[in-house]
Design a protein around this ligand. Structure first.
Ligand code: CP
Length: 304
């Protein structure tokens, strides 16, 4: 029986901890001078990306190569998707080539779930619409553990555009399962219905969400949202909902600053915070390779 990673909603705390412990070991490999292990020798990993990506796609590719897998990338532009081939036909084509792990990003929520029913390969969700981005939340949690020592009892503030964010959903599932207290803050127009039913506190402002936080995570604003009237202007957004040094004073004095990237400088976070001592954004990127190594290794060995 094959195993997938489609979201954190369906994983238990034990399964999440198992991935995080494996990822912590993998991080030593990422940081070492010899990044070649036999963990996925003979396996084939295909990245199928229907949306733009820098971090996720490259880290899955490097993770596969570090573990000696055969790794290939397909994007919607430059493949037969651009000629009108359906998702299902593309998936079946990739499946027929002996793919063991299929990593997929798609703008449609549920696309990896559909794919998982059609292919023999293990499917990893690399972000589906506004649903989930499970490996992002796992790398966020690994980074928090490295800086704070634990997840249980942490106060995590996630601020920005929660409505369109798959990152916030996966983080809420994962963090609450591991015992963190999650607060989400942002403009009322960018808060999705039902968020409070997911086990977090919800505020229509940023300052209440940040008070006493151990972790402050900015969420990317998709600038095209402004055209739809969801916030008045970039300058006003930063003034009322962005995080700078002054606003960060509401959090604990040793609070860390995170962002999944790509970041809009001076919109979600001030440039000085992004580049400052309390920013762990670069560590998140390194954790991303380790988490993706752990996920693919565990899937190849029978799951979590
Ligand atoms: N955080 C994240 O998913 O970044 P990319 O879109 O660059 O992959």
């Amino acid at each position: 029986m094959k195993h997938d990673l489609l979201g954190l909603k369906d994983l238990s705390a034990d399964q999440i901890n198992h991935i995080l412990e494996t990822a912590a070991a993998m991080k030593n490999i990422v940081k070492s001078s010899n990044k070649k292990t036999p963990h996925l020798q003979g396996k084939t990993v295909v990245n199928l990306f229907y949306e733009n990506s820098t971090r996720t796609r490259l880290s899955f590719e490097l993770a596969a190569k570090y573990m000696s897998a055969n790794a290939a990338n397909i994007s919607s532009s430059g493949s037969s998707v651009a000629k009108g081939e359906t998702l299902i036909d593309t998936a079946e084509t990739i499946n027929a080539m002996g793919t063991d792990i299929l990593v997929m990003r798609h703008s449609m929520s549920g696309a990896p779930h559909l794919l998982s029913k059609l292919v023999d390969a293990s499917v990893v969700n690399a972000g589906d619409g506004m649903n989930e981005h499970p490996t992002q939340a796992l790398l966020d949690m690994l980074t928090m553990i490295e800086h704070k020592g634990h997840i249980e009892g942490l106060k995590v503030a996630i601020v920005g555009d929660a409505k369109h964010s798959r990152v916030v959903r996966s983080n809420i599932y994962g963090l609450t399962k591991l015992g963190a207290e999650v607060s989400v803050g942002g403009p009322a127009t960018l808060l999705p219905m039902g968020l409070d039913k997911m086990g977090c506190k919800v505020f229509d402002n940023v300052h209440e969400a940040i008070i006493d936080a151990d972790v402050v995570m900015g969420l990317r604003i998709q600038l095209e949202r402004q055209k739809k009237g969801l916030f008045p202007s970039i300058r006003e957004y930063f003034r009322f909902f962005g995080v700078d040094e002054d606003r960060l004073k509401l959090a604990k004095p040793d609070a860390i600053v995170m962002h999944p990237g790509p970041v809009n400088r001076g919109v979600e976070l001030s440039t000085s915070l992004i580049d400052g001592d309390r920013s762990v954004i670069t560590d998140q990127v390194t954790s991303g390779v380790a988490v993706r190594m752990a996920v693919m290794y565990l899937l190849s060995r029978g799951g979590f």
